[in-house]
Each structure stands twice: as C-alpha cells, then as structure tokens.
Design a protein around this ligand. Structure first.
Ligand SMILES: Nc1nc2c(c(=O)[nH]1)N[C@H]1C(S)=C(S)[C@@H](COP(=O)(O)OP(=O)(O)OC[C@H]3O[C@@H](n4cnc5c(N)ncnc54)[C@H](O)[C@@H]3O)O[C@H]1N2
Ligand code: MOO
Length: 400
C-alpha cells in the first residue's frame, strides 16, 4: 500500500490518535491474592484493619511495668515470672498490665525466676513497644486502581485483608501473523521460508503487561483469507495486531484491509525502524498493522502496543529510567524521522558506555546483548564520546 510520508505521525501522535478514540470498559472480577500477580487492580484498595491489631513487643525481651522503674532501677532480685514481668518476643502480644519491653540482651534471667536488668537501661512507658496500626493502619491506601500487581503488591494486599483481590478482566490482544513465507516455531525453514517468532515476544510482553495475546494461525498472503482472519480477531479481541504485510510489497494487503474497515486510519510513523505501521480504529477498537521484521515489531510492541495495553487499563505508558552514558559510536537520525536506537550498555572503569548496534547487525547482535534504548530526535547527530541519556532495558553488567 502506498503511503504519504509527509502525513506520517510522530510516535506520540500515533499512540494518541488511537487512545483518544478508544475507551474500553473492562469489568471487575475477584481472584485469590495468590493468583493476582500480573493482574491490574480494578479499584483503590485500603487496609481493612490495623496491624498489629494491638500493641506488640518490638524486640525479643521481657515486658515490664514502667511504673516499677519510675524512681530508678527497682530491686528485681525477688521478681517472679508472670507477676512482675513476662517473656515477650518480637511481634508478641503481652498482658495489658505491662507497658514496656526490655531487650533480652539487657536482661539476665535467673534460675529462680527472678531477673537482673542492666542498670543502663532507662525504662519508660512504651519502650520497645510497637503501637497498634504501626505496621499498617486501618484505612491506609495500599494501591490505587490501575496498578499492575507485583509479587510484593499481592503480599501487601493480603496483609491488608484482601484475600480476594478485585482485578480488571484481562485485555485480549488478538495477533494475526501473516505471510506465505512463514512457518511455525519448530519447523525448520526451507528456501524462501521464515520462522514466525514475533508472536512469542509479543505474547511474553503481553503477559508482563497483564494482558493475554490471542495468537491466531499464520495466514498466507491471500486477500480473502487475510480479511477473514482480521474480522475474526476483531470480533473476538479488545484490540488487534496484524503482523507483516505493512509496507509496499505486491502482497502487502493488511493496511489496505484495515483502511477499508476503519473509522480512523493512518499509515506510517516518523520513527525507524518500524516506519510503515498501519494505525486504525475498526468498530471502536484499535487495529494495528505491525511491521514484520523482528526488530521493527519489538520496537512497535515497546512504544505502541504497550501504550495501548496501558490505556486499556486506564493508565499512561510508564517512563523508563534513563542514565547518562558515553556514546561509543556516532548515532544520527535523518530529517523527519526519529532513529530508535538499541544499544549495549556496559561499565568500563566505573564509566558507563553505550555502544549502538551497528548497521547490518545480525539478530543475535541486535537482541542478545542489548540492554539500552535511545530515540535520536529527527535530524540530529550525536558524535562518538558525547554523553547521552540511555533508557535502561535490563541490567548493566560490569565489564570483567
Ligand atoms: N520498497 C520498499 N520496501 C520496503 C519498505 C519501503 O518503504 N519500500 N519498507 C521496509 C520497512 S522499513 C519495513 S519495516 C518492512 C515492512 O515489512 P512488512 O510489514 O511489509 O512485512 P513483510 O514484508 O510481510 O515481512 C518482512 C520480513 O519480516 C518477516 N516476518 C513477518 N512476520 C513475521 C513474524 N510473525 N515473525 C517473524 N518474522 C516475521 C518476514 O518473513 C520478512 O522477512 O518492509 C521494508 N520494505
Ligand atoms: O521501518 Mo523498517 O525496516 O526500518 O523496520
């Protein structure tokens, strides 16, 4: 399909064009806290009680009456367990007549049940006592609705009394791989064939973002078959990705099929790789023609599909942390188009360096070691040695 480069949208405009026309309402469902990791919280959740419920000891020690110490160290030689003091370890409740705890290191417990308290200890009301609600206060906000729940989040919610967690229904992201040349994973490609792998990355990304990728079978470059697959995915999913056939090839029908059905359609974004993206709203749902080449598809997943999934859950696309690094080779972007650069970040002698993936890199060079990302603004050029803010994709290993 031909497209007009002058009409191409920036990445922000492209995402905004779709999100401003799409507001899904996902219903709420309850899941046990143990299965809520990776789900999106449906509404604000507050603590349902104080923790501790009642004051407890904050050390391993003995609970005493502070009044016994009001005039200095009392004679404890005749003290009895249960009458003058009790054992109270960290987190233990103890009888209300006691109001202070002396740490066990400052106490000698004698065989006859009496004790000796280190004379340096100043016992006052509340010493080493954790008040009710100090760990968690009844009504305290735990998480806002829209939060993608993490391992620690489900533990915190459960601690606050949320054994069942209200979450949003999972978004269904339809994925239609297209191309006569594609074979499924596990099939060794023969001449003219390629392995359909983008669904693996997209499926795993969606899982990380709290959504389900519904991956359909590979569709050959046949207009009618592509139309049928697209219509089925649109009927069954909240948003649809059609992968491949986005550019100007003789069998690149997908953007055309989207345009025919769309209430909104735009072709092409001002960013490479991934320029020939088709952006559509069909039947009120986003439908995106994601470019076929793996790196273009991964980048589109990162800024566009992730942005759509976040919006589907009522959230903005989160920002990644950027760190300053020394550029090890020049980077440039041609006029009118951002260059989306993947880089290898590594520490040399305590200084962070960023090495751009060279042009013509193999997939292994472009995927394997990459742990940084930067978008070079349209028309800019950065020389070797310049400092750039690089978004960290993974972890940065020190060079050995
Ligand atoms: N004459 C021009 N040719 C191309 C242009 C252009 O402007 N003029 N744009 C180039 C750019 S930029 C891109 S990006 C690609 C877009 O490709 P398509 O979206 O049309 O994808 P296909 O042609 O179907 O496939 C390209 C390549 O990707 C492989 N592929 C496709 N789907 C998958 C998948 N699910 N998993 C793994 N690999 C996949 C496919 O086998 C091909 O090798 O067009 C340029 N051409
Ligand atoms: O836009 Mo394409 O090859 O540059 O991904």
């Amino acid at each position: 399909m031909k497209f007009d480069i002058d009409a191409a949208l920036t990445r922000d405009e492209a995402l905004g064009a779709l999100t401003s026309r799409w507001s899904p309402r996902l219903c709420e469902e309850a899941v046990p806290a143990a299965r809520a990791c990776g789900r999106v919280l449906a509404r604000d959740c507050h603590a349902r009680y104080d923790l501790p419920r009642h004051r407890v000891s904050s050390f391993d020690g003995i609970a005493v009456r502070s009044t016994d110490f009001a005039d200095g160290m009392p004679d404890t030689a005749g003290w009895k367990l249960g009458r003058d003091y009790v054992r109270a370890d960290t987190g233990d409740d103890f009888p209300d007549e006691f109001d202070a705890v002396v740490a066990i290191e400052d106490v000698e417990l004698r065989e006859d049940g009496s004790v000796a308290v280190d004379p340096g200890v100043e016992v006052r009301p509340g010493l080493a006592v954790k008040p009710a609600g100090a760990t968690m206060a009844d009504g305290e906000l735990l998480y806002r609705g829209g939060t993608l729940l993490t391992p620690e989040a489900i533990a915190l919610l459960a601690a606050g009394g949320w054994a069942e967690v209200p979450v949003l229904r999972r978004l269904r992201v339809g994925y239609v791989p297209t191309g006569t040349e594609l074979v499924s994973v596990g099939v060794e490609p023969t001449r003219g064939q390629n392995v359909q792998t983008n669904s693996l990355a997209l499926g795993a990304y969606c899982a990380q973002w709290g959504a389900d990728l519904v991956a359909y079978d590979i569709v050959a470059d046949d207009r009618d078959a592509l139309a049928a697959a697209l219509d089925r995915a649109l009927a069954e999913c909240d948003l649809v990705l059609v992968n491949g056939g986005s550019s100007r090839g003789s069998e690149d029908f997908n953007s055309e099929l989207l345009a025919e059905r769309a209430s909104f359609f735009a072709h092409g974004v001002r960013a490479v790789p991934g320029r020939p993206i088709g952006l559509a709203i069909v039947g009120g749902k986003p439908a995106v023609n994601v470019p076929g080449p793996m790196i273009a598809a991964l980048l589109a997943a990162d800024w566009l599909v992730h942005g759509l999934v976040c919006h589907g859950y009522g959230q903005p696309l989160p920002r990644r942390v950027a760190v300053p690094a020394v550029l090890d080779a020049p980077l440039g972007a041609r006029p009118g188009f951002e260059q989306l650069a993947r880089l290898v970040l590594a520490e040399h002698d305590g200084v962070l360096h960023a090495a751009p993936v060279p042009a013509g890199a193999t997939l292994a060079q472009n995927v394997g070691a990459v742990n940084g990302f930067v978008a070079v603004p349209a028309g800019e050029r950065w020389e070797t040695g310049s400092m750039v803010d690089v978004e960290v994709l993974g972890t940065v290993a020190p060079m050995l």
